[in-house]
Design a protein around this ligand. Structure first.
Ligand code: ADP
Length: 493
């Protein structure tokens, strides 16, 4: 650690922490003399701290270090990698409160949500501790006597993880845990808004006994570090979570070195309420699906589709429920929605609302930013929305939900699938035949049926179409970090 370049923090956050050293993380392998990254508190709009940035030269040195230590990490036994991940999960859970405080400070989400995210992240670490020991090969029947085929699964190599700010802890752990379990070394480029969670997680990984260089964090400018990661032939895999536009750019850049890619990109989730649904359960489903993290999730409902005959009744119940949600600082008890990440996020929400109103939608509730400091926005419902509106086509990434109506099942499915995205979809119905039909007809990687929330370490998470490819979580998640090698043993007698 070079003390001159250590993270500098506003005085209020460290006093809250049991372990202020989680914030004193320095990083990097080479001399750090680049500029600092300011980290803001979105609830106040004020600077929280600064973090030394990794520049292109240092990024290259970090990749070289990750490559140097890879053979040794690959050679560590599966049992030892599993032991490390179990210790890591234990340490994350022992520090839930501090990790949650750090996250709420840099990202804004209510503290209980932040705690939940840390625990959720730790479950992935535990899951991949278990998967590390189940990386099985095969022995294949052959067409010729005298030879045998076998397959073994080998780690991809040095992997990069580029992560977003909406889930600063779990998006890191969902990539790092399977990568380490597989025997890869990992370089994490966290979102510039939220580097502190990633840095704190790296401190704990070191404490759990991870050898130096196996996991490194690269806070810095995406425009500088991105091309280094994608262009360096030593980086063999890239796992990215973020917008579709950036995902496409990373694909283009990665083509030059033909990297293994796993892309978890944007979404535009339909949330369908059929007339036969349990309407109160559907209202609760909308609340958790849409307003968690103030609508800043790639799997949150972007369009509410309600069958005509229940539209007025459903909207009445939903408006009442939404009006009961409290917007406030994530550190204040009772806040349901924290701030949006920055002023640009608030402006995008306002643009989508203005466009919808100009095109004939009506404001059922919300619609305004909070006066004063921070980037708070009231949870908003727009009735009378149509597919032509921007809010029904582009990801808003905010607490705004347009309500569209439909006549029958065929129209619901057609409206739902009318998007280039294919990440998550949700529907509520009590008809088992309809449940089966609609689940099969929806062109999405994940379908929630009578639930507004489906993320779990046990289930594969990922999309189709322009929402990307590859899966996180479950036994599928580790495959993103493994290559199949075929062995052919000939000349047998
Ligand atoms: P969002 O900010 O909406 O989550 P982005 O796709 O802009 O989505 O950002 C997700 C992550 O990708 C962040 O870590 C960001 O810094 C990074 N990123 C953004 N642009 C690029 C780029 N051109 N190359 C590499 N990484 C990028």
């Amino acid at each position: 650690m070079n003390n001159d370049r250590a993270t500098t923090i506003a005085p209020d956050l460290p006093v809250l922490l049991r372990r202020p050293d989680l914030l004193r993380a320095c990083h990097g392998s080479a001399q750090q003399n680049g500029p600092f990254l300011p980290v803001m508190n979105p609830a106040t709009g004020r600077q929280l701290c600064t973090v030394p940035m990794v520049d292109a030269d240092e990024a290259r040195a970090m990749i070289a270090a990750a490559h140097r230590v890879w053979p040794a990490w690959k050679g560590v036994s599966a049992q030892k990698r599993a032991d490390f991940l179990h210790r890591y999960a234990d340490l994350i859970l022992a520090n839930v409160e501090d990790l949650a405080l750090i996250m709420t400070a840099e990202q804004g989400k209510p503290l209980p949500e932040a705690r939940g995210e840390v625990e959720h992240g730790a479950r992935y670490v535990r899951w991949y501790a278990e998967e590390a020991r189940r990386i099985y090969g095969t022995v294949l029947p052959t067409e010729q006597a005298g030879r045998r085929f076998m397959t073994v699964l080998e780690p991809v190599g040095v992997c990069a993880a580029i992560t977003p700010w909406n889930f600063p802890c779990s998006t890191v752990l969902r990539k790092v845990a399977p990568a380490l379990a597989a025997g890869c070394t990992v370089l994490v480029k966290p979102a510039s808004h939220t580097p502190l969670s990633a840095l704190a997680l790296a401190v704990l990984a070191q404490e759990a006994g991870l050898p130096a260089g196996v996991l490194q964090i690269m806070p810095g400018r995406a425009s500088e570090i991105g091309p280094v990661l994608t262009g360096d032939p030593l980086v063999r895999g890239l796992s990215f979570t973020g917008s579709t536009a950036v995902g496409k750019e990373l694909m283009r850049q990665s083509a030059t070195t033909v990297k293994r890619l796993s892309l978890e990109l944007g979404g535009h989730a339909p949330f369908i309420v059929f007339a036969d649904a349990d309407l109160d359960a559907a209202v609760q489903g909308v609340l958790v699906c849409k307003f968690r993290n103030s609508g800043q999730t790639c799997v949150c409902a972007n369009r509410l589709l309600v069958q005509e005959e229940v539209l007025p009744e459903f909207c009445n119940r939903l408006v009442r429920a939404v009006q009961g949600l409290r917007v406030g600082d994530g550190f204040s008890a009772g806040s349901d929605l924290g701030p949006l990440i920055d002023s640009a996020a608030v402006e995008k929400v306002e643009e989508h609302i203005a466009d919808a109103l100009a095109c004939g939608a009506e404001l059922a509730c919300g619609g305004t930013r909070n006066p004063g400091q921070g980037y708070f926005f009231a949870p908003t419902l727009l009735t009378g929305a149509t597919s032509a509106m921007r809010v029904a086509q582009e990801e808003t990434f905010g607490p705004v939900l347009p309500v569209l109506s439909f006549k029958d099942e065929a129209e619901a499915v057609s409206l739902a699938n009318d998007t280039p995205y294919g990440l998550a979809a949700y529907f509520y119905s009590r008809d088992i035949n309809r449940i089966q039909r609609v689940a099969e007809a929806l062109a999405f990687g994940m379908v929630g049926i009578n639930t507004g929330r489906m993320s779990s370490e046990a289930a594969p998470f990922g999309g189709v179409k322009e929402s990307g490819f590859g899966r996180e979580g479950s036994r599928h998640g580790i495959r993103e970090f493994l290559e199949v090698k075929t062995l052919c043993l000939g000349g047998l007698r």
